[in-house]
Design a binder for this molecule. Structure first.
Ligand SMILES: C[C@H](O)[C@@H](O)CC(=O)C(=O)O
Ligand SMILES: [Mg+2]
Length: 444
């Protein structure tokens, strides 16, 4: 039973100095400090359960998202949770359609990241009150309840509410068997942890050897800054993993369209499954051109981690501009908007391979992709979820990986809650970690 009036919303700027070790580095983001705008909502319910939400950022900029969360808070505080979830579509619309705030979006950029953080906290609260992990809350909602959470505005030309209902009704067939499969085997994952762009060859080899021992079979390598470096690193990793294992490339938006095509052709000999974010994340037709050019080589295009909203995903799908769709739990407008994208991907028969990593992204997105398998796609073909082995120790309920697969979370909620001591230590700039870095005058 959901209950309680939301009486408070607070937000913190929590940053981890990952750039010091070049963790998370790529061809465009050379010094990422994995960070979160971290939201806590409280209610007046007797159970005193709180909802925790976050969105992922890279250090500087987190304070701007924090400001945007504060600007949204008047739309949340004072609302009854029961009313929110009974008409979640309306609530989503209120947050995304504020007559003044939407001017700095709409449904994109900082204000949309803030919306994601707030709504993620609401979903966490709801799932906790229902005493279910979020994936299970979704799996046991009726198709009608699920569609009532989705704002179909701007996507009805490819997905109507009736079509969404039909997909979800079909998804109910044999869902127990798929749930059992998840509980037993988990959702297949790939690792990006071995080959960040700033890692040395030695580091890459050591991490790759460790990952192979741990049972990883799918690896992503960062490319895009220097072709000769890419050739050397791809050869290193392909030689280590052999040809039975999967290799993916990620250029993080580094190239122009024609440059992307010629660069990836040079790397085709390493048989990558996909090239991720080859060019500007906004260039839908450019991705289409790259997809067409690389299809004869058996290389797909993957994108989505910086795709603003469902409208862009709709066009990517309509234009056949991606072959692997990468949802992100913190860039789209929380579960609500992700549901619409999962359903559109199902309609276009495009595999969803979520973006994860960062801080907290693995914790959150595992819920969405497990739900996708059980209730929407019903398939694991060509599907896998990203995994990055950083910062899980800061979460109260960190992900469990077994045999290179995400095991379904058992704890109630959206796995968003951070340990209090971590928040205190890493809060920017007052936390001890940052005070120490600042006093040592390390560049931040
Ligand atoms: C800056 C981030 O680490 C980015 O490189 C992540 C990414 O592209 C991915 O995980 O994929
Ligand atoms: Mg990427």
């Amino acid at each position: 039973m959901v209950k309680g009036k939301i009486t408070g919303l607070s937000v913190k700027d929590v940053r981890f100095p990952t750039s010091l070790g070049q963790h998370g580095s790529d061809a465009m983001h050379t010094d990422p400090d994995y960070s979160a705008a971290y939201v806590v909502i409280e209610t007046d319910a007797e159970d005193a359960i709180k909802g925790y939400g976050l969105t992922f950022t890279l250090g500087k900029g987190t304070e701007i998202v924090v400001c945007a969360v504060k600007a949204l808070s008047h739309l949340v505080v004072g609302r009854n949770l029961e009313d929110i979830v009974a008409n979640f579509r309306d609530f989503y619309r209120q947050l995304t359609s504020d007559g003044q705030l939407r001017w700095i979006g709409p449904e994109k950029g900082v204000v949309h990241l803030a919306t994601a953080a707030v709504l993620n906290a609401v979903w966490d609260l709801w799932a906790k009150q229902e005493q279910k992990p979020l994936w299970k809350l979704l799996v046991y909602m009726t198709p009608e309840q699920l569609v009532s959470c989705i704002d179909f505005r701007y996507i009805t030309d490819v997905l109507t509410e009736a079509q969404a209902l039909e997909i979800l009704q079909n998804g109910k067939q044999r869902q127990e068997a798929r749930e059992e499969h998840m509980v037993k085997h988990g959702y297949p994952a790939y690792t990006t942890s071995c080959a960040w762009l700033g890692y040395s060859d030695n580091q890459l080899q050591k991490l790759c050897a460790d990952a192979l021992k741990e049972g990883w079979t799918r690896f992503k390598v960062k490319v895009g800054a220097d072709l000769q470096d890419d050739i050397r690193r791809c050869k290193l990793i392909r030689d280590m993993i052999g040809h039975d294992n999967e290799l993916m490339l990620d250029a993080n938006q580094r190239w122009d369209v024609n440059e992307a095509i010629s660069w990836v052709k040079e790397l085709a000999v390493f048989k990558p499954l996909w090239i991720e974010e080859p060019t500007s994340p906004d260039d839908i037709l450019g991705h289409g051109t790259i997809s067409k050019a690389l299809a004869p080589l058996g290389i797909g295009v993957a994108t989505g981690e910086q795709c603003h909203n469902r409208v862009m995903f709709k066009q990517f799908l309509q234009a056949r501009a991606l072959q692997y769709l990468q949802i992100d739990s913190c860039r789209l407008g929380s579960v609500n908007e992700n549901l619409s994208v999962l359903l559109m991907a199902k309609k276009f028969n495009i595999p969803v391979c979520p973006h994860a990593g960062g801080v907290g992204l693995c914790e959150l997105v595992q819920h969405l992709i497990i739900f996708d398998y059980i209730s929407v796609s019903g398939s694991l073909e060509k599907r896998m979820c990203e995994y990055v082995d950083h910062l899980h120790e800061h979460f109260k309920h960190p992900v469990t990986i077994r045999n290179a697969a995400y095991m379904p979370p058992k704890d109630p909620g959206y796995s968003t809650e951070m340990k209090e001591e971590s928040v205190l230590l890493y809060q920017f700039p007052s936390g001890d970690i940052w005070q120490q870095i600042i006093s040592e005058n390390t560049e931040i």
